[in-house]
Design a protein around this ligand. Structure first.
Ligand code: CTP
Length: 218
């Protein structure tokens, strides 16, 4: 069993000292990597910049990247031979159209940046997914959560989508705990109560592996 996992944020440079990023800590993705490795699976962890230590488990190979383009290249190199893909990274949807080679100097009262769309890693790889492969995505929605998450599942060819709750204190970005609902392709919803990300990771891995085995056996 070989698992491809993306985790953490991406940083999109503006100049040599500045970037556009987000508050993802990578905790959920790293916890998933450890939980998969605990079952004996080999994991390729493609990680954006995080403060977390590189996992010491020899079953986990960590590939450190910065930008969405680098994350895509690293994930695409592994995806064809991985059995399970888990996209836990918070990828920047856009990047600055131009990266200045020198530090941008202060000028005038406003500054307008032009951004261009980044590659959608999960959706692009989703187009290449074979029937014996299994893909899991994450979603963070603020309105019509289940509907939007299911739409995302279909658009990105996920087999399962983990819906992060934004409404609950203690869940999601920066916290050690999380509360999620998992949707499958037929619209079935499984809810997981607020719990430590490490604990939740083990439960999610059990669910993913049982669903993967069911698909693989059919
Ligand atoms: N994702 C990705 N590459 C991107 C954007 C998102 O691989 N460029 C993956 C994330 O890792 C996650 C899933 O797609 O598993 C959903 O991410 P989200 O940001 O919620 O989706 P978007 O397509 O950006 O949708 P929107 O911003 O319209 O909600």
């Amino acid at each position: 069993m070989h698992v491809l996992l993306t985790a953490g944020p991406t940083y999109e440079p503006l100049d040599p000292v500045r970037f556009i990023g987000n508050r993802s800590t990578g905790k959920m993705g790293y916890a998933l990597a450890e939980a998969f490795a605990a079952t004996g699976a080999r994991v390729t962890l493609v990680s954006g910049p995080t403060a977390l230590p590189t996992p010491a488990n020899p079953l986990i190979e960590t590939v450190r990247v910065e930008t969405a383009q680098q994350m895509y290249a690293a994930a695409a190199a592994v995806a064809p031979r991985a059995d399970v893909w888990v996209f836990a990274a918070a990828v920047a949807d856009y990047r600055p159209a131009e990266v200045a080679t020198e530090k941008i100097k202060k000028q005038g009262d406003t500054l307008t940046l032009t951004l261009v769309k980044n590659v959608d890693i999960a959706a692009t790889l989703g187009e290449t997914k074979r029937t014996e492969q299994f893909s899991v995505g994450f979603a963070l929605e603020t309105t019509n959560e289940l509907l939007h998450a299911h739409d995302k599942l279909l658009r990105k060819n996920f087999d399962l989508v983990v819906l992060n709750s934004l409404r609950d204190a203690g869940a999601g970005f920066g916290h050690d705990t999380n509360k999620v609902a998992v949707l499958d392709r037929v619209g079935q919803v499984l809810t997981f109560d607020l719990q430590a990300k490490t604990e939740l990771a083990h439960r999610l891995v059990q669910l993913i592996l049982s669903r993967f085995t069911a698909v693989y056996a059919s």
